[in-house]
Design a protein around this ligand. Sequence first.
Ligand code: GLY
Length: 567
Amino acid sequence: MNLKKTLSVALATLFLIACNHKQFVQKNNTYKNGVVVTANLFASEVGSDILEQGGNAFDAAVAVQFALAVVYPRAGNIAGGGFAVIRTAKGESESLDFREKAPKAANESMYLDENGNVIEGLSQTGHLAVGVPGSVDGMVKLHQKYGSLTWEKLIQPAIDLAKNGVRLTKLEADKLNAYRERINKVNAGKNNCCYIKDTEFKTGELIKNPQLENVLVRIKNQGRNGFYDGETAELIISEMQRGKGLISKEDLLGYESVWRPALIGKYRDCKVISMPPPSSGGIALMQLLKGAEEFNLGQYQFGSLEHIHLMVELERRVYADRATWLGDPDYCSIPKEKLLSDEYLTNRYSNIDMNGKSDSQDIKAGNVEVIESFETTHFSVVDKWGNAVSVTTTLNGNYGSKVIVKGGGFFLNNEMDDFSIKPGVPNQFGLVGGKANAIEPEKRMLSSMTPTIVEKNDKLFMVTGSPGGSTIITSVFQNIINAVEFKMNAQECVNAPRIHSQWLPDKVYVEAGAISPTVKNELQNLGHAIQEQSRIGMMANIVINEDGSLVGAPDTLRHKDSRAIGY
Ligand code: GLY
């Protein structure tokens, strides 16, 4: 461990003991050989150690994914899913889809009552909300194709963390406390698990998870069979039976993650490499970037009426397309070329009026207002050879379905809520959808996750991504235009206040400082409904300087545990 990392961990420990997050600010995040940016200091440390031991970016990503399952259980996972976008040092790119799937027994009306109305909460909490997990298979495939260190070596840090324990940061203690009653209720009768407690979690408390340690040892020894077969699979099936969930042994054995060509687009002098469907992220991001280029967004002052209004008008149209056209490409036909063609987009944006707001048509009653920001998590890695990987992974909601597998010590996702459970009825992110994203057996639910890599003049320039449900796409969009249109550096891109709009609800969400009182008035005069939002997105950004040095830019302003660690 080098001096910088030793200091970082020592400071973090001090900061935990002192419980004083405000005084802990990382300043210099420029590295020569490799850097890992995650939402959690311990996970960043694990990834950076793997790089320092000679592992490549893909090795580090596998180790981080498993470490996050231990240290960041609200979103890090072994029983969720995600996407990885990769770019090798040779400049080759592809994407890995380890998104969850609907169980074979799922059907279009599984969350509706006899009158066809949505049964509130059924797709979000409890056993029926769980999709067939993809993360372990995804990591196995990533390692098989691109890893260089042994599989065992990459799982061991997570095993050690589960065994020796992790001290809760204030953020993690607070989050566990905020969800404690819900977790206890869903898991009534399961007593010997570290996440089930009658008393408050405390900052600095040591959390050991021997059940998860055992699962991780099985994954270390047996690879995907350590999760999808044998003892772990039996625990998951028993859990499903306990709560009348749908996932069967056949579902687990049959789960396969998929390599897909990355979605590649051109924006100014950049090549943007992002995630294709079943994520909406790549297509929506490219539509937004092409709009930014067409309107020459950078001509306007950052935070001005024109800047914000234009972004909102672009976002409104892009999210309407998302709701209509996007779903699992294995189940529906997506007019990808058309949606990304210059002709279509020029026409689509042609009615944007810089002097007035356009109406979001067909606003349905019951649009939810909640846009939680921090479920899901993103991490970015670049190694000394120039390999890059951008991974967004999720349980969907914080702690997913809240169901803990008895004897396994891990949370199950609630990804089924990302389907359109009834046309026009919004999910937890307020997103609506239609036929393309309707539930079908073994189908993947549409995602907003947007792991992205950007090249400039054929050279690796940026590795980025964010959690935040529907706000992921607009956060990644703003991060990229902040760099390209507004010439911000890596950390400025991340720190800059963000806005978000998504067609429905017909609102503009703004972080503090994103708009001045004057611009707020001007936007309102154009007809925009403004709503303040405490935080939008949480970037994990890496920018590669001209001289090849790597700048890690964590989103510590919005999430104090975020860290860039490298060497
Ligand atoms: N579960 C959030 C997403 O995939 O967009």
